[in-house]
Design a protein around this ligand. Structure first.
Ligand code: MOS
Length: 722
């Protein structure tokens, strides 16, 4: 294969990149931890197995729950035959809609979320819905009981077929993921008056996060409190929802999530495994663990819905945009309305005389979609950045030059200034490092044996805000400092980054800082999501450090229990001024297409980003490389195939659902440009999501350059290439 054979024009084949130095205003006297690579504080514990994940923490008297899910896509449960299962060895209980604890309706982190209302009635809204939990003394006995449980259904007709012209499409009516339709100027008039018009449709399929660590929770009642160890992205928010759902005071619930093995959005909200474990622990009054199977993760923890998008670009002959219209449709379930906001990139990327984004959604009998890495931005950028490549060809401009010509002064949709942007620097530096100047723009002009070779480029962007969080810092009597914050480290290195932040804010070495995270008792903190975590948590820690340092000037010794300062940034966040805050980047890809098999191999990728202040170059680089790898996977491999007859997913496992493996991933280089940002005093922007944005378009544009064929439907499978 060719994945390790970069072309002669490649400036470098080194995988390691240290990143350029990033200099922004330091919060206080700096000891220099921020900006310096640091291995993960818990790395050794993880690779030696000492770190315990939610499914591994040992408990005395633990019982095991095994979930039974529906085998029909729509209907009602007629009967559940529990007697034979209750007679099986080790089986303790079978929970189902007739005997499970009642839950408070209307609970949800972002509005009422009926996906939490499990085992509450006989309704089956999709294939793979929770219908029963078999609890037994061992996981094997629970599984045997679950497999033996007979559930009969009264089936109803279902519809799981999404398309961009489904008659059920409607305009969502609001909410966080609701209607964001906007129009500046008169798009139709500008399109009609434009000498050059690109009008194309793009589709992306169902995509799944499928984190390495399955969703798992163990729950027990301890001293009158419901205590959970759960795999999630935000222990505090999950604890609050858990309390509400079970009619408990917030103080009666504690959720901890010390180690989390991947999430990508699938663990952002409370998920059924935790609710089921809490139900069983309550009914049985003993600790209960529930771990989802890989297959169950394909129906119960969210997915990126398929999208159908239409992008219309109207331009002057010199490439300047007169109109940009981005219409995006996706599906949700009948349970809960989630809309994939694929129009988002079009609201910030380019200056257009008239701009419109519209969102449509249709409710199908499918599992409920949810946030998946760069929700909206990832599929939306595939459409927009492909369309820009098509426009570049039409007007005979280099695709980078086209983007530079349409660089906006302020955010096109809101009219607000950007806190920082630096996309031009990404393109200029990226073009130099990737060797873009040598490119012959003619499609099909490079051949290497049986391979056609091409290069492509795309822009990347992702929202990067700051949200309220709280943190505490304790000066210990032994000279160490302890940070407590309900942040989550989902594998990103957040714990280490926060230690670096605290060390600099206290002007002490990193090794004197202990970081305790992911415990709802630490108070509110935003979840590890939306590329909002590090900036938001770092600000709270920085504030707590300032308060602690002030306290320490007033004392001459530290008592046994230490001295603690707390900070809460809620008021600071409220006082922030109106700015658009986004991470940006430029993605470059070189692909080779086998003319005999249609196989697309990515030979090399280079991503260069403007992500504000980089706390830990080592783990920041991993996040960006990981995002680009996921984007490569999106471009070439990932595709959930829904069976229209059963309504289930054909490939609900990691054998059938293809993700890029090591052999698919070539040299990926990552770097970042100086990007000073003073939106909040930490200077940090999020970088967990921007890495996946634009990657698929860069690859699709490279395939077009290699072969002369434009692919507007993902993934670019070899049968589509031939
Ligand atoms: Mo994410 S999709 O920011 O949890």
């Amino acid at each position: 294969t060719t994945q390790t054979a970069p072309s002669a024009s490649a400036p470098s084949t080194a995988v390691a990149s240290t990143g350029t130095a990033v200099t922004t205003a330091a919060p206080t006297r700096s000891s220099g931890a921020v900006g310096t690579s640091h291995t993960r504080l818990e790395g050794r514990a993880k690779v030696t197995g000492a770190a315990r994940y939610a499914g591994e923490v040992p408990f005395a008297e633990l019982a095991y729950g095994w979930l039974v899910t529906s085998t029909v896509a729509r209907g009602r449960i007629r009967s559940i035959d529990t007697e034979p299962v209750l007679a099986m060895p080790g089986v303790i209980s079978v929970l189902h809609h007739e005997n499970a604890p009642r839950l408070r309706p209307g609970v949800g982190m972002m509005g009422p979320d009926a996906t939490l209302q499990i085992l509450q009635d006989d309704r089956v809204p999709h294939f793979g819905w929770s219908v029963a939990l078999v609890v037994a003394e061992t996981p094997e006995q629970a599984r045997a009981g679950a497999e033996a449980l007979s559930v009969t259904y009264d089936e109803e007709p279902h519809d799981v077929v999404f398309s961009g012209d489904h008659p059920g499409l409607y305009t969502p009516d609001g909410g966080i993921r609701g209607n964001t339709d906007m129009e500046n100027g008169d798009v139709e008039a500008e399109l009609a008056a434009s000498p050059v018009v690109v009008d194309q449709r793009y589709t992306t399929p169902e995509e799944y996060h499928s984190a390495m660590e399955p969703h798992a929770a163990v729950v027990r009642w301890e001293n009158g409190r419901l205590e959970a160890i759960d795999s999630n992205q935000g222990s505090h928010a999950v604890a609050q929802d858990l309390a509400k759902l079970f009619f408990l005071d917030a103080t009666s619930v504690r959720v901890r999530s010390e180690h989390v093995g991947g999430a990508f959005g699938s663990k952002g909200l409370m998920r059924p495994h935790l609710i089921l474990a809490a139900m069983a622990a309550t009914v049985l009054d003993r600790p209960v663990r529930v771990v989802l199977t890989r297959r169950q993760m394909f129906s119960l923890v969210g997915l990126r819905p398929a999208t159908a998008q239409r992008v219309r670009l109207g331009a002057a002959p010199d490439g300047r945009l007169r109109a940009l219209d981005h219409e995006a449709a996706s599906f949700s379930s009948t349970v809960h309305e989630y809309t994939e906001q694929s129009g988002q990139p079009s609201r910030v990327m380019y200056a257009a005389g008239a701009l419109r984004t519209r969102t449509r959604v249709v409710r199908l009998d499918t599992p409920t979609p949810s946030f998946m890495r760069a929700p909206g931005w990832a599929p939306g950028s595939f459409a927009l950045e492909s369309a820009m490549d098509e426009l570049a060809e039409r007007v005979g401009l280099d695709p980078i030059e086209l983007r530079l010509r349409n660089e906006p002064g302020v955010a096109p949709a809101s009219g607000l200034p950007f806190s920082s942007r630096n996309l031009v620097a990404c393109f200029e530096e990226g073009a130099r490092r990737f060797g873009w100047a040598d490119r012959d723009p003619r499609p099909g002009s490079r051949r290497d044996g049986r391979w056609l070779v091409g290069t492509g480029v795309a822009a990347a962007a992702h929202a990067a805000g700051t949200v309220p969080s709280s943190a505490s810092l304790t000066a210990e009597a032994d000279g160490a400092f302890t940070v407590r914050i309900a942040a989550a480290d989902i594998g990103t290195g957040a714990r280490t980054a926060l230690a670096q932040i605290a060390a600099d804010a206290l002007a002490v070495p990193v090794k004197t800082v202990r970081v305790k995270i992911a415990d709802s008792d630490f108070g509110h903190a935003f979840l590890a999501g939306g590329s909002l975590g590090t900036a938001s948590w770092a600000w709270a820690i920085t504030e707590a450090a300032a308060a602690l340092r002030e306290r320490l000037t007033l004392v001459d010794h530290i008592p046994g229990e230490g001295i603690t300062a707390r900070a809460d940034t809620t008021d600071l966040v409220k006082a922030m001024k109106g700015q658009e805050r986004h991470a940006f980047g430029a993605q470059f890809a070189e692909v080779a297409v086998d003319v005999t098999s249609g196989e697309v191999r990515v030979r090399r990728m280079f991503g260069i980003f403007a992500v504000g202040r980089v706390v830990n170059p080592l783990t920041a680089r991993s996040q960006l490389v990981g995002g680009m790898t996921m984007g490569l996977s999106m471009a070439l491999h990932e595709e959930g195939i829904r069976d229209t007859a059963s309504g289930g997913l054909v490939n609900a496992d990691l054998a059938g659902y293809h993700v890029a493996s090591n052999a698919d991933v070539p040299v990926i280089e990552v770097d970042w440009v100086d990007d000073p940002d003073t939106y909040n005093p930490t200077g940090i922007k999020g970088l967990g999501e921007v890495g996946i944005v634009g990657t698929a378009a860069a690859i699709a544009n490279a395939v077009r350059h290699a072969t002369g064929v434009r692919h507007r439907d993902l993934p670019i499978r070899l049968d589509r290439v031939l």
